[in-house]
Design a protein around this ligand. Structure first.
Ligand code: GCO
Length: 254
């Protein structure tokens, strides 16, 4: 029997993957044998990430587009079609944070966070699924958060978007499961990334995370790789609509 976690011959698009969680997930998928398409808005950062991964011996391409720009997303998928690239695995990872109490929050900032963290996953998921369904297979992995289930003061739009990601994942499972396409989510805990820099360098927040997490530490981005490989592989062919928390146990305890 062949290795059910082997991703050889599969192409994976990971949004927001020049750094942070996306980059770590892209590296994990590449190590499992996938051809990886890195995506980001910043061309220079994207090319730098790609050349580092190429140097490490991985099969890497880049696709520069803004996940909130629907026309650019559609153009990117038409480009994949034209070059004969079939996306077998989509990781909707691109995201942003904006911390402000709701009473001070402008509607435009609310919308920006929802567009980047939630609507983009629908639009890119739709474009991917339109191509996966006729092929009868595909994996969509949406990146959720602890805030897919629990709220935290000052991050309302992010919380709403990530709660939406959990339900979008189930909606995708409901519609695409019969076509051999599975959609699942990963809910990372508090991870050491640029996005969380302000929290990590805040001694009070840092102590709170360590006290609140059974692992007593922040997570490392590479700790998401194994779960991403599993959900992207045929080992998870009968797993659909789930969110798997990779959080050092935080969401399970008071
Ligand atoms: C925050 C963080 C979040 C967390 C995430 C953990 O402000 O709470 O930036 O993005 O890292 O909620 O899953």
């Amino acid at each position: 029997m062949s290795n059910p976690f082997d991703l050889t011959g599969r192409a994976a698009l990971v949004t927001g993957s020049s750094r942070g969680l996306g980059r770590a997930i892209a590296e994990g998928l590449a190590r499992a044998g996938a051809r990886v398409i890195l995506n980001g808005v910043n061309e220079m950062r994207l090319e730098e990430a790609a050349s580092q991964m190429l140097e490490a011996g991985h099969d890497v391409l880049t696709s520069q587009f803004d996940v909130t720009d629907e026309a650019a997303v559609i153009k990117a998928f038409e480009g994949f079609d034209a070059s004969g690239i079939a996306i077998d695995i989509l990781v909707n990872n691109a995201g942003m944070q904006f911390r402000k109490p709701m009473v001070d929050l402008a509607t435009a900032d609310w919308q920006r966070v929802i567009d980047t963290n939630l609507t983009s996953a629908f639009v890119i998921g739709r474009e991917a699924a339109r191509r996966m369904i006729p092929r009868g297979r595909g994996k969509v992995i949406n990146i959720g958060s602890l805030t897919s289930d629990l709220a935290r003061a000052t991050v309302a739009p992010y919380t709403v978007a990530k709660g939406g990601i959990k339900m979008l994942t189930k909606a995708m499972a409901a519609e695409w499961g019969e076509h051999g396409v599975q959609a699942n989510a990963i809910g990372p805990g508090y991870m050491v990334t640029d996005m969380n820099e302000a929290l990590i360098s805040n001694p009070q927040f840092d102590s709170w995370v360590k006290a609140r997490t059974p692992a007593r530490r922040w997570g490392k981005p590479e700790e998401l790789a194994g779960t991403a490989v599993y959900l992207a592989s045929s080992a998870a062919d009968y797993v659909n609509g789930q969110i798997i928390y990779v959080d050092g146990g935080m969401i399970s305890v008071l």
